[in-house]
Write a protein that binds this ligand. Sequence first.
Ligand SMILES: [Zn+2]
Length: 468
Amino acid sequence: MVSLKLHDTRTRAKEPFEALDAECVRVYTCGPTVYAPQHIGNLRSQLFADLLKRTLLFLGYPVKHVINITDVGHLTDDADAGEDKMEAAAARAGRTAAEIAALYTEQWVRDRERVGCLAPEVLCRATEHIPQQIELVRALERGGFTYRIEDGVYFDTSKFGAYADFARLDLEAQEAGARIGDVEGKRNAADFALWKFPPDGTRRQQEWDSPWGRGFPGWHLECSAMSNEYLGAPFDIHTGGVDHIAVHHTNEVAQSECAFGVHPWVRYWLHGDFLVFDREKMAKSTGNILVLDDLEARGVVPLAYRYFFLQAHYRQQQNFTDEALDAAATGYNRLLVHAARCRDQAAAADPAKLVPWRERFQAALSDDLNAPRAIAVAWDAVRDDALGDPERGALLLEFDAVLGLDLAHAQPKEAATESDPRIDAQLEEREQARKNRDFAAADRIRDELAQQGVTIIDTPEGPRWRRE
Ligand SMILES: [Zn+2]
């Protein structure tokens, strides 16, 4: 079997994967902060974790996957000062923090499913693991890694000599650039809150008793506490977005290695890069967010977004444009056309003919989860004249265990058969506009047709239309 290699952020190198124990590979993924809708950029980091999980399963490793839901706190900008996002969202909506958290957790779970992500073995909420978080702070306190100031209990990063190693931080520069008025009494710029006290006289919706007084946990704490609860320490793989490396994951490493006495706490760290939108990070703060429902409203099925995701390597930024999404939707539909033709014949495939293709597919994924190459192998199998439809069908079904595109059941969109010279002409005009990159004109024609009840369908043979 081809051996799996994964790019480890800690060592900055592609490393051969070895599971810590044969029973199962233990994987932890940082999940959403559920104070706002989860957009398609957030989904990309879930699709990446799902690609990892499906690849491990495909290669024969049992997996235990834990994902957390941050349903408490999470102050702005990774810092320990500023507005509390959960409390602020609840106040704005005139609802309780728990209601807001439930609403967006449900949306996230549903959207994750719609893009074909396997359910995690454990989905854990920060608010349901307060005792474990308090216990972790107590362990750090016993080890002499904490100090207490008016704002809360803080981790003293100067007590952990390896603090800067994980993200290769320049702590002196950080110290020099420290914002005055960040949090009074902090000993080092990088120190972070483990347990916070609400400001005098304020009463929060989310606060708990602790040995240090009423308050709430710092954001970084939950991932160490909950991963330890369900996976123990050390464990195999931790995933997250690249934006988590310098602060959140650096702090997770510091508190975990000090509390649990292990090094390295996590064997492999995998980080996915951003989805960018006209070269800008998709972020709530810039208002340029799209959710999965927005794509569906444009006539794009959710799994076409998964196909789009698979077209770029997880460690590359992926640029989202309408054109790129439409191209992915067309590509996905074309693949479905082939799958629908071949899949029922899969049982008649010659097993010997499948072996080299399986190896190529495994080799692509084993090279740090190279999904674009894996998709290319699937397309090569579709096009190779040396294969018959039974082999093609069998391969597509087998590859779908990782691709997750529902190639076994999904139906391609039907090409329309109607004809109407006037509508055909409008369609042609729209095609010309698109070729000239005059998308405003193309959209106008599409809207005019929509008003007449005519829907445009992109097919392998070009656009068709259908009356609703
Ligand atoms: Zn985390």
